[in-house]
Ligand binder design. Structure first.
Ligand code: PLP
Length: 391
């Protein structure tokens, strides 16, 4: 039996009861007239969350990884050049997927903890006078390091270079939680998953597509079948839709939009700030190297030299039944992560901070019981939280 405690992993996130119930609907004939209203409502809700007025949204029965694959296979052709930075586990995995599909990835290496190196992107784009680069990939929120990159600045660099490449953004751990402006930023393909900001179980790859990407799809493409956007956009769902998940998504977007996206962003920022106050009170630092890069959805906390951060995660799970995120890839054992996205309130965050503190104290770290909690409490009290949302 899973613990009844909230989770503090950076996805899947805690599922509000109303969304859990919304996923649990009786079987319906998805070819009947009952399905299109549910489907259309979910898609228009996602469009509003993405900030896309003119684009399309598709919902694959998949996860964020499937969304990456849909983005690249529908709009790029074999051997096409793409520009990407490698600065964490997820940017690395998307690069790996591109390479496995035979794309020529121009990789700009950046230290883990840094964001997308916009100046290096600008240089590469300006140097590409023949427009060989067909797509620019940005991992908006590197979940492995807790780093949020500046998508608007990448768009500005592309515009300054007069570069026509498609802008593809991984918003798996950002969309629905922190500002995402698909149309304002000129994002051509936006990828999300159901299990993070949308507060659903894993199971939907959510992809926003601009008109420019739709046009690219007509002339370009790698082999694809399950992820063919043309089938998905034909007006008929090309296979059996996960109706319960899609119904849940329509309710999730209702919840987000009725809270108001600006309020959702403000809530995430406030909760994240409280977590960061606790981290500072423990005497630790986030993995993100500057405050401008701090993610409001996940904080990766660097533990002191000689301390295996993985032990904190294991101990918290085994002893207190609370899940935190372990370090991944190059930062495995060096960081542990507190996810603070989705259905999260300051009171929930305080429980997570308190548990992390107990686990670290048990393991002999000199964090001082109550120190982080008090710092977060001070911050939350002084910023006058709105009452927690009913779920
Ligand atoms: N991109 C980011 C930023 C992620 O955090 C994740 C998963 O955590 C993925 C992509 C992969 O998504 P999924 O596990 O849903 O396939």
């Amino acid at each position: 039996m899973a613990s009844q405690n909230p989770v503090f992993i950076p996805g899947p996130t805690n599922i509000p009861e109303v969304i859990r119930h919304a996923c649990d609907i009786p079987t319906m004939d998805h070819r009947s007239a009952d399905f299109p209203p549910i489907f259309d409502k979910a898609k228009s809700g996602v469009k509003a969350v993405l900030g896309s007025a003119t684009g399309e949204v598709v919902l694959f029965p998949a996860t964020g990884t499937g969304g990456w694959e849909a983005a690249i296979t529908n709009t790029l052709s074999p051997g096409d050049k793409v520009l990407a930075a490698r600065h964490g586990m997820f940017s690395q995995k998307w690069i790996d997927m591109c390479q496995r599909h035979g794309l020529d990835v121009h990789i700009i290496e950046a230290p883990w903890g840094e964001g997308v190196p916009v100046a290096a992107f600008a240089e590469a784009l300006a140097a590409d006078t023949t427009h060989g680069i067909k797509a620019v990939l940005v991992t908006h929120n590197e979940t492995a390091t807790g780093v949020t990159s500046d998508v608007a600045a990448v768009r500005a660099a592309m515009d300054a270079a007069g570069h026509p490449a498609l802008l593809m953004v991984d918003g798996v751990s950002s969309i629905g939680s922190i500002p995402f402006k698909m149309e304002d930023w000129g994002v051509d393909l936006a990828v999300a998953g159901s299990q993070k900001g949308f507060m659903l179980p894993a199971g939907l790859a959510i992809v926003g597509i601009s008109q420019k990407a739709l046009a690219a799809m007509e002339t370009n493409g790698l082999p694809r079948c399950f992820f063919d956007l043309r089938d998905m956009l034909s007006g008929v769902y090309p296979y059996t839709p996960p109706v319960g998940m899609i119904h849940g998504l329509s309710v999730a977007t209702d919840m987000l939009l009725s809270e108001g996206m600006e309020a959702v962003y403000a809530r995430h920022h406030r909760i994240a700030e409280g977590v960061r106050k606790a981290v500072a009170a423990w005497g630790f630092s986030p993995c993100a190297v500057t405050p401008a890069l701090y993610s409001d959805t996940v904080t990766a906390i660097v533990t002191p030299e000689g301390i295996d951060a993985g032990r904190i995660v294991t101990h918290a799970a085994d002893t207190y039944g609370v899940a935190f995120g372990a370090g991944l890839g190059a930062v495995a054992g060096k960081v542990f992560r507190i996810g603070h996205l989705g259905q999260m309130t300051d009171v929930m965050a305080l429980a997570g901070i308190a548990t992390a503190e107990m686990a670290m104290a048990d393991l002999g770290l000199d964090v001082g019981l109550g120190r982080g909690v008090a710092a977060a409490q001070d911050y939350y009290r002084s910023t006058h939280a709105a009452p927690a949302r009913a779920a």
